[in-house]
Design a protein around this ligand. Structure first.
Ligand code: PRT
Ligand code: ZN
Length: 458
């Protein structure tokens, strides 16, 4: 059967549906609703969108009913291997999750061999079987189509192998992830055979445009000055960068400016390594595509509208969250020693003291010019006045004689403030965080005789 339009199969509704359409729009395609729910049309290219259940996408693409498709890697990998299987074109960076072995808290786990002779419930028997074979483990696989997390409680299996994203489902069922089996994300797939001749060019153009959008997504623009001799080392450190642009620095023969677009996320560890290699004046920024996205209100579902208005965090950087959590945990456990250690690591210097004495504050104030000091004090007084005036009030009513209903507001016991101060401290941030906290009497700094890690504003 010959067709005039290329077909791409996308999930109709579910976790990948919105972002798959959003990806097409970011790549410049105008998607409009078609004659029925099964088809959407791309108006500015000869492409139709086939909207189906995710499980059907690999088969539709394998059979040539659709030329391309977007599906979770987990769904693709679950197919038994065959020459007729669809091919992965590229990973798309959304729909991230991981297939993991999870066990009840009381079941000991010391590695894959712990699974020997164990019953494991999963919706992914093929992926699991390959994992077990790889580790030379014999276990019994119980295949379930959904709600795998309840299997241990039902006595159907001792452990499970299921998709995890936030981990909330596992936690709610008294399970803990013990072993990753497959890292998954949405992938673009194509059929084992190229599409018919006149559609092949459309497919190539489509793939190129999606590649452009995806490549610039987690990408960062990184720039620095560095000793010329450190160039090979710096190149090796930069994550997923093509050839960086290197320009000489006027007045310094041995130094160069390096600009690079990194195709992977850049974390502070990378920046640390670059500094250690001799890089100076390091700067990194996200590219525009990463933070800007065009949304067409009339085409958004109710859920997508709510999400768009909530200013969602576009990218959930689990690696960043992990590092931040490590810092929190360290500080909780070790207190000020951990603060000093992390300050040394991140800022290359630890503060001399973590508590500011009144005398130090007075000395700092004495160094400020009259105008600046007055501006700061005015801002502090205004912000404090506003937040004191708008403090929530307790209220109480008597709904029936002797039945009093009361709402009471209690300030939180203590809070920490984070004031970014890389190259210049942000006074406004300090004032706008510290004054509301002080108005709420939440900051321990205002009341505790043993002052903790605090910043006093005056
Ligand atoms: O109707 P259709 O068949 O098209 O959809 P579906 O219900 O089969 O799939 P859907 O929409 O749930 O998921 C589509 C794809 O999204 C999956 O194939 C994965 O590639 C990806 N994905 C990303 C996830 C998750 N995250 C995820 N958390 N798929 C499922 N889950 C489930 C998981 O199975 C578990 O039950 O969510 C629960 C765990 O979530 P947390 O956040 O509590 O850990
Ligand atoms: Zn499905």
């Amino acid at each position: 059967m010959t067709r005039e339009r290329l077909r791409i199969a996308l999930q109709k509704s579910g976790r990948l549906a919105e972002e798959s359409l959003a990806l097409l729009r970011s790549a410049g395609f105008t998607v409009t609703k078609g004659a029925n729910e099964l088809f959407y049309r791309i108006d500015n290219a000869p492409i139709d969108v086939l909207r189906v259940r995710d499980d059907d996408i690999p088969t539709l693409v394998a059979d040539g009913v659709a030329d391309l498709g977007i599906v979770g890697l987990n769904v693709l990998e679950e197919r038994e291997s065959s020459a007729r299987n669809p091919k992965e074109v590229m990973r798309l960076g959304f729909g991230r999750c991981a297939l993991k072995i999870a066990a009840p808290e009381k079941v000991a786990y010391e590695g894959p061999y712990s699974l020997d002779g164990v019953r494991i419930a999963t919706s992914y028997p093929h992926i699991l079987e390959r994992f077990l074979d790889k580790h030379g483990v014999k276990a019994e696989i119980v295949t379930m189509t959904g709600s795998v997390e309840v299997a241990p409680r039902l006595g159907l299996a001792q452990v499970i192998c299921d998709l995890v994203s936030t981990g909330a489902t596992l936690e709610a069922n008294g399970l803990r992830a013990v072993e990753p089996v497959l890292e998954s994300e949405a992938v673009l797939i194509r059929g084992p055979k190229p599409p018919q001749h006149d559609l092949a060019a459309t497919a190539e153009r489509f793939i190129a445009r999606v590649r452009g959008v995806t490549a610039s997504r987690g990408a960062k623009y990184v720039m620095m000055n560095a000793p010329r001799a450190a160039l090979p080392q710096i190149r090796a450190i930069l994550p997923g960068a093509g050839a960086p642009t290197v320009t000489p620095l006027a007045g310094d023969e041995d130094a160069v400016a390096v600009h690079a677009v990194c195709q992977e996320s850049v974390f502070w560890e990378t920046l640390e390594q670059l500094k250690a290699a001799g890089a100076r004046h390091l700067g990194a920024q996200y590219r525009e595509d990463d933070v800007m996205q065009r949304l067409v209100w009339s085409e958004l579902s109710e859920a997508a509208r709510t999400e768009a208005l909530a200013r969602p965090l576009k990218r959930r950087e689990t690696a960043v969250a992990d590092v931040v959590r490590t810092i929190f945990d360290d500080v909780e456990r070790e207190g000020e020693a951990a603060v000093a250690r992390w300050a040394l690591k991140l800022d290359q210097r630890a503060p001399e003291a973590l508590t500011l004495s009144g005398a130090a504050v007075d000395a700092a104030r004495a160094k400020l010019a009259g105008d600046d000091l007055e501006a700061l004090d005015t801002a502090i007084a205004n912000v404090a006045a506003f937040h004191t005036a708008t403090l929530p009030q307790d209220s109480e009513i008597e709904t029936a004689p002797g039945v009093r209903c009361k709402r009471v507001w209690r300030p939180i016991a203590s809070c920490g403030l984070y004031i970014p101060a890389g190259t210049a401290p942000l006074f406004s941030t300090l004032i706008m965080l510290a004054e509301p906290a002080r108005a709420q009497r939440a900051c321990r700094s205002a009341s505790s005789p043993r002052r903790r890690v605090t910043h006093r504003t005056r």
